[in-house]
Design a protein around this ligand. Structure first.
Ligand code: NAD
Ligand code: SF4
Length: 442
């Protein structure tokens, strides 16, 4: 049985309440940090743990915290990014729904470490049930003396506010999120300056993902060094994976980093294999923003080694033969699925969600959507594949925020690994027009 740190008590009835969470050892990390540690000690433990940001970028959390500017007399903020919107990613929603106090406890630990006295949880606007759940959890924690003034007699004050998101995918980009939190349109800012220097209301701010913040609790309970022993290489600890697509058991799984991808897909403890006895065709391993990989490359690296669920192993080979762990949105496609259609679907999403500030993204995502649709619907020409390649190349690296790259990478990977499918659509226009899915040549 795999080791669990976040979902250990997920099946305990009433674990969403303060009482049951506390009975199961909840808020012990808060007691430990407030009674026995300094904020610097907490930052040090998180650094030692090797925790990397669980929202998708994988930036070392302790390092991000240590970048936080501390000018005299200026407030600092912790903002939790709960605007989970990456297609294929639903693990933060799961955690907030079932164990909201894990996030609230992590918010207290993290806010204390950063010297923040006002912290925000920015929750995707569509997640109204989760917003209510978190508000109730905050009220319970406050009633029990874990929030508000002079928490547990430590002299430390903290208020946490829940802010419903603006209803756009781009509001999950950290600087767009801060704009939205300030009451403005969620347009990304140019970085640098990073939020750690000039964030919310121009004050030093740390923006962390839900899972990253909740993970500070087991880090404090175990100690950073013990936590770092879990996992492999620079991928320490456990990770929540949202598994979906053509698998027997879709859902949210907590895995120890280092698990072989093959075991994750085929063992009964996790995905349970490909549904309906079909063969696997491809996997998008880290949410819609990461390159799609064909079945052979997701199971083994180009050098023939077993691919592992780690930041390093999934990226092995760069974008030629590798991908990214990203947000852990693991989407499996069986042999009946059409990669061109799926790529068009993602492109439609990014075009719709582009904020429009930079031309390569605003115009390029629209071009990609149109050309993909043209090919998928059987109206394409061979030159369109090169045009598509050219457009995605002109977006990548030329935009203010990562949405541009996120729109370009899936298109590039689809052409790189499944060019024959694009050609099939062009060579079989009539079948392309009548079939939505399914490829005659597979
Ligand atoms: P990023 O690499 O630009 O930044 C990562 C984090 O590190 C940020 O908080 C940034 O402020 C900080 N940082 C980086 N360099 C720094 C420095 N020199 N000084 C101070 N801080 C520094 O990536 P990002 O824009 O935060 O995230 C992009 C990723 O988000 C994508 O790869 C995608 O996987 C993921 N994503 C997730 C979702 C979701 O719903 N979970 C949605 C969209 C995208
Ligand atoms: Fe907006 Fe796209 Fe530019 Fe990001 S890359 S700022 S979403 S136009």
């Amino acid at each position: 049985m795999a080791r669990k740190l976040l979902l250990t008590h997920i099946d305990v009835p009433g674990i969403n309440t303060f009482e049951v969470y506390r009975q199961k050892g909840g808020y012990v990390a808060v007691e430990k940090v407030l009674k026995t540690m300094s904020p610097e000690d907490v930052v040090e433990e998180v650094k030692k743990s090797g925790l990397r940001g669980r929202g998708g970028a994988g930036f070392p959390t302790g390092m991000k915290w240590s970048f936080l500017a501390k000018p005299e007399g200026v407030p600092r903020y912790l903002v939790c990014n709960a605007d989970e919107s990456e297609p294929g990613t639903f693990k933060d929603r799961y955690l907030m729904t079932h164990i909201p106090h894990a996030l609230i406890e992590g918010m207290i630990v993290s806010s204390f470490a950063l010297g923040a006295h006002t912290s925000y949880i920015y929750v995707r606007g569509e997640m109204m049930p989760q917003i209510r759940i978190l508000e109730r959890a905050i009220a319970e924690a406050k009633e029990k003396g874990f929030l508000g003034k002079n928490i547990l007699g430590s002299g430390y004050d903290l208020e946490i506010y829940v802010q419903p998101g603006g209803g756009a995918y781009i509001c999950g980009e950290e600087t767009a999120l801060l704009e939205s939190l300030e009451g403005k349109r969620g347009n990304p800012r140019i970085k640098p300056p990073f939020p750690a220097i000039a964030g919310l209301y121009n004050c030093p701010t740390v923006v962390n993902n839900v899972e990253s913040i909740a993970t500070t609790v087991p880090i404090i309970n175990l100690g950073g060094e013990e936590y770092a022993k879990i996992g492999v290489e620079r991928s320490t600890g456990t990770k929540l994976i949202s598994a979906s697509g053509n698998i027997v058991k879709p859902g949210v799984y907590e895995i120890e980093l280092g698990l072989p991808v093959e075991e994750f897909i085929y063992s009964d403890e996790y995905c349970g294999g490909i549904a309906n006895g079909k063969r696997m065709k491809a996997v998008v391993a880290g949410g819609s923003s990461v390159p799609i990989l064909p079945a052979n490359l997701i199971l083994k690296t180009a050098a023939g080694n077993s691919r592992l669920m780690t930041y390093e192993s999934l990226a092995d080979g760069g974008f030629q033969t590798g991908t990214m762990l990203g947000s852990g949105g693991f989407i499996v496609f069986d042999e009946d699925q059409c990669v061109v259609r799926n790529t068009w679907n993602f492109a439609r999403f990014y075009h719709h969600e582009s904020c429009g500030q930079c031309s390569p993204c605003r115009e390029g995502t629209g071009w990609m959507e149109k050309v993909l649709h043209k090919i998928e619907s059987g109206h394409g020409a061979m030159e369109d594949i090169d045009l598509l390649w050219d457009v995605q190349r002109k977006i990548e690296g030329n935009t203010i925020c990562p949405l541009g790259d996120a729109a370009a990478w899936p298109v590039a990977a689809a052409i790189r690994h499944f060019r024959d499918e694009f050609e099939w659509h062009i060579l079989h226009p009539e079948e392309s027009q009548t079939r939505n899915y399914g490829l005659a040549h597979y």
